[in-house]
Design a protein around this ligand. Sequence first.
Ligand code: DGI
Ligand code: FE
Ligand code: FE
Length: 201
Amino acid sequence: MNDYEYPLTMTGGHTRQQILAKMHERLSDGRLNHCLRVEETSRVLAKRFNVNVDEAGLTGLLHDYAKEIPVPEYQQVIVREGYGQDLLQYGRGVWHGMVGTWFLQQDLGISDPNVIRAINRHTTGHPDMTDLDMITFVADFIEPDRTLPGEIAARKAAETSLTKATMIELQNTLTYLVDRGALIHPLTFSTFNAFTKRVQD
Ligand code: DGI
Ligand code: FE
Ligand code: FE
């Protein structure tokens, strides 16, 4: 079991035990364990690519905090907090990143801008993703329980390049969404285009 403590300035003053208790209220055991694996993987990637290990670890731990919040609660927040009507057509798959941070701020007072940004961007990506953003994005995809061919290829790429690993994940996600006939968020497309150029540079 991981037992990393994070600076209280980053956690809204909460200890690890308090954060885990709150996560337990919001998440199934399976998803909570996924979060713990993403935390671990994020810390490994942060050391490998010289990114702040506390920021990466805490982001990994909290990235899916809002994944199981009921749909009507999301719909209320999207309307009331001015996220825009357009976002309502997507589902929790898209909402739990960009709207999920609202719940993190409410429940735990998490406001570290780098942590919030990386969680906001962890599902769709963003054309301007930072190394921390890419670490969260990639760790989510390559944590040890992920064993599909695309995930294995991304894990291999992440030994040397966050950009290449991110690109593999974007290709897999887009293919998956197209095959399912799902609505694709504009950020998913713009991130894919931006990374198509980034890997060429
Ligand atoms: O939360 P996780 O399952 O660990 O991983 P994630 O945050 O990357 O979410 C993946 C889900 O989000 C997966 O079901 C695909 C979905 N998704 C990603 N981009 C888009 C999307 N769904 C829609 N409809 N549109 C997108 O652009
Ligand atoms: Fe997620
Ligand atoms: Fe996840």
